[in-house]
Structure formats: structure tokens, C-alpha cells
Design a protein around this ligand. Structure first.
Ligand SMILES: *Cc1c(COP(=O)(O)O)cnc(C)c1O
Length: 435
């Protein structure tokens, strides 16, 4: 894979598509149209595309609701009572966890709060949270308000690790140094597995080890990691993780979120949690007894009756992931993003108007390349949109920003439905714009 020599021409891109065993999966997806043609959709990092099977499966569950009503929980092919089990099975290889360590429930920010209820237990001596500067805003607000909820001052309790002056990415050693420095006062380390803005993948294993050495708990928000980069949550000994299903996991706007709780915590009766009846031990749940008795595993963190209608697209999508095989998807992803990088470099060599800030090393990034642009960046973005490319634009907000950039264009070709030709067409437009 790494020995592949790329060529900047359409025939070469098409040859890679012909050789790609995952290419047929593209046919399963619905593409937004531009002038009667499929757009080049590079926004799977914000909202993955809808697969064609979703509508049929949704209609099936509506029919089951119509014909079975309450019995839909207990009978038929997909009883709602056990609906989450297949999701956990198919998520297991994607998250590097056992099915019992996984649960699909709620939405992401809610799950982040629920996990912090259990895993952020500050004391007067140990109350700090270490996180990356410039984390996704929802995570910043969740952390800030959790800290306040426990009566601490965010200015003292939140330690943000920033890029060095004039740089965009975090150094591993700066993260580890922060853990070392604040270790004995730190209750929780919370990082995005993949930074949403720069596309940088953090060394989750090293962070987890360092955090545990310091006596802290370690959790990850994998919103940009799930279905994008390989993770081994169980083997890395991560305490908890959360993610959403509507980005790389293609499960629809506001789709159900997932949570991971390491097996060593699930039987711990002293671990506090906010409970609801759906997290009660399943075989005796309907006896409706007083006194909460959690179900084993991550399922014991459920609160409410599951939202089946948002779990249907997730089920369909995870079946596609299982068919494609996550490892094969990742192998294609490395090639596809490698090709994108190669072509962008060819063009950016001719101009100083933009440059890639995402790490070069394939194991330190996923699909996404973040392209930092100068003043006229918004102009370039508008040009691409006008020519049928869908991607997204973020005003600059890097912690160490020197004020010279206008913003970042995030380009995320996904291995499930994007092609090498998509990538080539995109680069062709970039070149036309520059010259
Ligand atoms: C997308 C994203 C979110 C969004 O949270 P929701 O609760 O699903 O709206 C939160 N955190 C991160 C890191 C994200 O990338």
C-alpha cells in the first residue's frame, strides 16, 4: 500500500477504482445532485450519506409498529427489546471492544455527560481535567459545566494542551508533559481521538497509559474516530469513550450515539451513575422493583426506551460496515487520502494560497485533510461548491493562530462511497482555480 506510486491523471484514478474491491459499495448510497450529476461529496466527516436500504428498513419498522404495536418489543425478526444487540455486535470490530462493552443510546453530548457523571469524580486534591485546546465546542461546554456542577472553577480545573506558537498540531510529548505536570491533581483526561479541525489522531494508547500512571481516568470523544480510524479501546484499557453515528458511520442526522465502558468497570457497584429503567437488569426489568440493579456491561448505562427509528439507519449502516470489513475500509482510506494529499501537494507547490495542516503519517490521521487557506480561502471554497464539490469551511480558530489564515477547508473522502476519480476531479478543480 505504502509503496504505491501515484500519478496525477484520470486514467490512473480510474484504474485504482477498477481494482478497488470496495468500489461497488458506492452504488448503495444516495448522492446530492448538482446540475443533474452526483456531487463530489467530501463531507462525510459532518454528515455521512444515506444508503438506499434505509428507507425500506424504516418502512418495515413502521409496518411492525402498525401491525404489532406493543408486541413489536417482543416478537418478529427485530424485537425492539433486543434491537441494540446487533448494533453492539457490528460495532465491536470497529471500536476494538467486546459487544458487552458497547451500547448504542441517546445522542453524543448526552452520553459525554453521562460518562462524566461516572468517571469525573473530583475531590479537593484531584479535580482537574486535561483536554486538547480547541476541542469541539460541545465538549468544551460539557466539561466547563461539569466542573461548575461539582463546585470547581473552570479556569483552575481545566488544563488545555495547546500547539506550540506558530504551529497547528499537538506534540505527543507536550500532552504527556501536561499529564506529568498536573498528574496528581488530575481526575480525568478527555481527548478527541481525532481532532475535528486539524484531523490529527492522538496517540490514545500512550495518553491512556500516562493518565493511568498519574492515577486519573481516561476517556475519548471519538466523534471523528468512529468508523474512520482503527481503535483498540479494550486493549488500550481506555476507561470510557463516546461517539456519534451520523458522521463516518452514515446513520442519519441526530442518529443514535454510542458509548464504550471498559469491562473492568461494569461490575463495579460503587461507580456512581445516573440511572433509568432501561439500564436495569433485563430479565427482571419488567418486575418494576424498587432499587436500581444495573444490567451487566455498558448496557447498564441506558436510561430510556431506545429510539428505534434512529437506530434503524444505524443498523443498516453497520451491516454495510460488516460486509465491507473495517480493515479493508481503512486500507482503502489510507490510499484514498494518500492520493488526495499527493494531488493537493502537486497544486499547492504552485501557490502559497493553501497548505495541508493534517499530519503526514497515515497512522496519525483518518480520511480528512484540513487545508489551511490564506485570505481568499473563502473564495476558493465558494468556487468548489459552485462546481459541485461538497465540503466544509471553518473560520480559523486554532489556539496558536497567528492571524494570517482565513480558515480551513476540511476535505474528507470516505472509503465507503468515495472514489479515486472523485479525488482526482477535486484536484483538477483546485488546479483550475489556482491557474
Ligand atoms: C460532531 C461532534 C459533536 C456533536 O455532538 P452532538 O451531541 O451529536 O450534537 C460533539 N463532539 C465532537 C468532538 C464532535 O466532533
Amino acid at each position: 500500500m505504502s509503496t504505491l506510486t501515484y500519478e496525477a491523471n484520470l486514467d490512473f484514478a480510474r484504474k485504482l477504482d477498477r481494482e478497488d474491491v470496495l468500489h461497488p459499495f458506492r452504488e448503495q448510497f444516495i448522492f446530492p445532485q448538482h446540475n443533474g450529476k452526483d456531487t463530489i461529496y467530501f463531507c462525510g466527516n459532518s454528515l455521512g450519506l444515506q444508503s438506499k436500504g434505509v428507507a425500506t428498513e424504516l418502512q418495515k419498522e413502521l409496518d411492525r409498529w402498525g401491525s404489532l404495536a406493543i408486541d413489536g418489543f417482543f416478537t418478529g425478526d427485530t424485537p425492539w427489546l433486543q434491537y441494540h444487540e446487533e448494533l453492539s455486535q457490528n460495532l465491536a470490530p470497529i471500536m476494538g471492544a467486546s459487544p458487552a462493552e458497547l451500547i448504542v443510546m441517546n445522542t453524543l453530548t448526552i452520553n459525554l455527560h453521562l460518562m462524566m457523571v461516572s468517571f469525573y469524580r473530583p475531590t479537593k486534591e484531584r479535580f482537574k481535567i486535561i483536554m486538547e485546546a480547541g476541542a469541539f465546542p460541545s465538549d468544551q461546554y460539557a466539561v466547563e459545566t461539569q466542573v461548575k456542577f461539582h463546585g470547581f472553577d473552570p479556569a483552575e480545573a481545566i488544563v488545555e494542551v495547546s500547539p506550540r506558537a506558530g504551529e497547528e498540531l499537538l506534540h505527543d510529548e507536550d500532552i504527556l508533559a501536561a499529564i506529568e505536570e498536573h498528574g496528581d491533581q488530575t481526575a480525568l483526561i478527555l481527548f478527541g481521538g481525532v481532532n475535528y479541525y486539524t484531523g490529527q489522531v492522538y496517540d490514545m494508547q500512550a495518553i491512556t497509559e500516562a493518565g493511568h500512571r498519574a492515577g486519573a481516568r481516561v476517556g475519548f470523544d471519538l466523534a471523528h474516530g468512529a468508523g474512520n480510524v482503527p481503535v483498540q479501546l479494550h486493549d488500550w484499557n481506555v476507561d470510557f469513550a463516546v461517539w456519534c453515528s451520523y458522521k463516518y458511520l452514515n446513520s442519519g442526522p441526530g442518529g443514535s450515539s454510542g458509548a464504550f465502558v471498559h469491562e473492568r468497570h461494569s461490575g463495579d457497584p460503587d461507580l456512581p451513575r445516573f440511572a433509568g429503567w432501561w439500564g436495569y437488569e433485563e430479565s427482571t426489568r419488567f418486575l418494576m422493583r424498587k432499587g436500581f440493579k444495573p444490567a451487566a456491561g455498558a448496557a447498564g448505562w441506558q436510561l430510556s426506551t431506545p429510539n428505534i427509528l434512529t437506530m434503524v439507519p444505524h443498523r443498516v449502516s453497520l451491516q454495510l460496515f460488516a460486509q465491507a470489513g473495517f480493515q479493508r475500509l481503512r486500507e482503502k482510506s489510507v490510499q484514498l487520502t494518500g492520493y488526495l494529499e499527493y494531488l493537493i501537494r502537486e497544486v499547492s507547490g504552485q501557490t502559497d494560497r493553501f497548505r495541508i495542516i493534517t499530519p503526514d503519517a497515515p497512522n496519525r490521521r483518518g480520511c480528512q485533510l484540513s487545508v489551511l487557506t490564506t485570505q481568499e480561502g473563502k473564495d476558493l471554497f465558494d468556487y468548489l461548491i459552485d462546481h459541485g464539490v461538497i465540503l466544509d469551511w471553518r473560520e480559523h480558530n486554532l489556539p496558536g493562530d497567528t492571524g494570517q489564515s482565513a480558515g480551513v477547508i476540511r476535505v474528507a473522502p470516505t472509503p465507503m462511497y468515495n472514489t479515486f476519480e472523485d479525488v482526482f476531479r477535486f484536484a483538477e478543480l483546485l488546479e483550475k482555480y489556482v491557474n
